[in-house]
Write a protein that binds this ligand. Sequence first.
Ligand code: NDP
Ligand code: MG
Length: 405
Amino acid sequence: MTSPALQRVTVLGSTGSIGKSTLDVIARHPERYRVFALAAHTSKEALFEQCQAHHPEVAVLAGADDAAWLARALEDAGLSTQVSFGAEALCAVARDERVDTVMAAIVGAAGLMPALAAAEAGKRILLANKEALVMSGALFMDAVARSNATLLPIDSEHNAIYQCLPAEHRGGLARHGVRKLLLTASGGPFRQWSAADIDAATPEQACAHPNWSMGRKISVDSATLMNKGLELIEACWLFDAHPDHIQVVVHPQSVVHSMAAFDDGSVIAQLGNPDMRTPIAYGLAWPERIDSGVETLDLFQIARLDFEAPDEVRFPCLRLAREAMQQGGAAPAILNAANEVAVEAFLSGQLRFGGIAEVVAGVVQAPHAHRADSVEAILAADQWAREQASLLLETARSSENQTGG
Ligand code: NDP
Ligand code: MG
């Protein structure tokens, strides 16, 4: 048997939850994967440790001082890794001609430009950063098609759907006999909470996800169901689907990762333990399969699977996201930016949990003339939405102060 060609991988967001899981899978297959670059925001010590373990050619941090610290530490340790910093450096390691595969696992809008750079350069893109597709779905999918890049979804639901669909599913789902996509949601930590309790939930409660261990931003999104809303938008772009053909199904066990329903009545599902190393290994090895370190599902231990409809009254973010997708243009980018600001305010104790949906609703309802026909236009919409969200936060804070709250 011939051995597989070595893939050189850039991991953007290597110090995060997805980044660490990616390095865990890579380390199991040294004959298949070599780390070309690792990139983080400010976690310089963690990045240093990862460099010691994986010997990348390049390491990227956001700031010059952190980068200087890392360069010194690497030199002292006798490692030859080059250090660079800033937004352009992220794009450079995504499009470098020595790179085959890019794991896009930076959280939030900051991940857009490097993911787009990988798409434009025709890489194999393992896309975890759903915000990139939410903000610039049309441009992103265009870039992938033009450069003949390979786009493999890592978000567990989309990875599941990808596995359930026929190998060549481009050109609209109806052409391939797909009636709808069933996007599963755990329901998050507040699935059974009253509206009043949800409104007053703390960051610690919101980040305590029942099934998945994830970064704090996506954990809060899972608790508001905005994550499922962003995923609905993501699925529309990835699978060329209309929002009406995607049904959200709450499935508290997070064992069925999503499904596709076909014209003949068949429903095909992908199941597995809730561990992101499965979709990551799928993306790294596609179209082959490799060991991810994840145990096979024990169905006797799971014993039962439950399904229920989502409650859009207690969780209005899901509805807001669907409406943004139906509206199209810059609306999803505006929704995403407002949500990022609101989640950050919530995590830093400046906004009630219930305030997240209020801020997002306030921003998406404000009149605007933003378009989504270029990256510049999308970034302008993103910036405008952040300013609007900050204004709403200030108003909310001053009215709380006036009522003595
Ligand atoms: P984490 O918060 O755990 O990690 C985020 C990573 O991005 C860190 O390495 C962080 O570096 C880096 N980062 C943050 N901001 C910047 C920036 N401005 N420039 C460069 N790097 C930056 O997030 P997750 O791993 O949970 O999520 C990553 C992405 O994957 C998100 O888009 C999320 O929606 C998606 N996703 C995650 C899943 C999960 O299970 N975690 C599941 C499905 C999708 P530093 O450590 O220095 O801050
Ligand atoms: Mg997901």
